[in-house]
Design a protein around this ligand. Structure first.
Ligand code: FES
Ligand code: FES
Length: 170
């Protein structure tokens, strides 16, 4: 099927079979290999991209469902999170990092819109407090085999402007 997507701000035409995942369309048809394939079944978050600004697992999405949508992959990301991940050792092998960063961007947008998480004390509160527990809960769909979780949480706090006094990105 012929479909058109906007990927990282550029209109792209694709000819894909209906059963092709968005992940495979990005990696194999468009050569955007920054988005990683881990489990290929929705369990690890390595394939997280943004669709119209919302985070999705690209391995669970069919490319044809995203006709006309704006997809952002790590290749199209310019965000303070990237420097923060480096500064706080939020990555080791780096395999999970593109998905972590796309997921964190989507997650911060959810927080900005006041969306509660499973550990939000008072979901009725308009302003959601983003603490370590909440970040860990909201990022729990993104696994890291290297266990860089402490650095990931610190990087997200820094990018969200809630780094604790005395924390140093150096
Ligand atoms: S590859 Fe998509 S969630 Fe693991
Ligand atoms: S940095 Fe290696 S899997 Fe996360």
């Amino acid at each position: 099927m012929e479909i058109s997507l906007r990927v990282n701000g550029v209109a792209r035409e694709l000819d894909v079979r209906p059963q092709v995942s968005l992940l495979d369309a990005l990696r194999e048809h468009l050569g955007l290999t920054g988005t990683k394939k881990g489990c290929d079944q929705g369990a690890c978050g390595a394939c997280t991209v943004l669709a119209d600004g919302e985070r999705i697992n690209a391995c669970l999405a069919l490319a044809v469902q995203y006709e006309g949508r704006e997809i952002t992959t790590i290749e199209g990301v310019e965000h303070p999170l990237q420097a923060a991940f480096v500064g706080f050792d939020g990555l080791q092998c780096g395999y999970c990092t593109p998905g972590q960063i796309c997921s964190a961007i989507g997650m911060l947008a959810e927080v900005k819109q006041g969306e509660p998480s499973a550990v939000t004390d008072d979901p009725a509160e308009a302003a959601v407090e983003l603490d370590d527990e909440d970040i860990r809960e909201r990022m729990s769909g993104n696994l890291c085999r290297c266990g860089a979780y402490n650095g990931i949480v610190s990087a997200i706090k820094e990018a969200a402007g809630i780094a604790e006094a005395g924390e140093d990105a150096g």
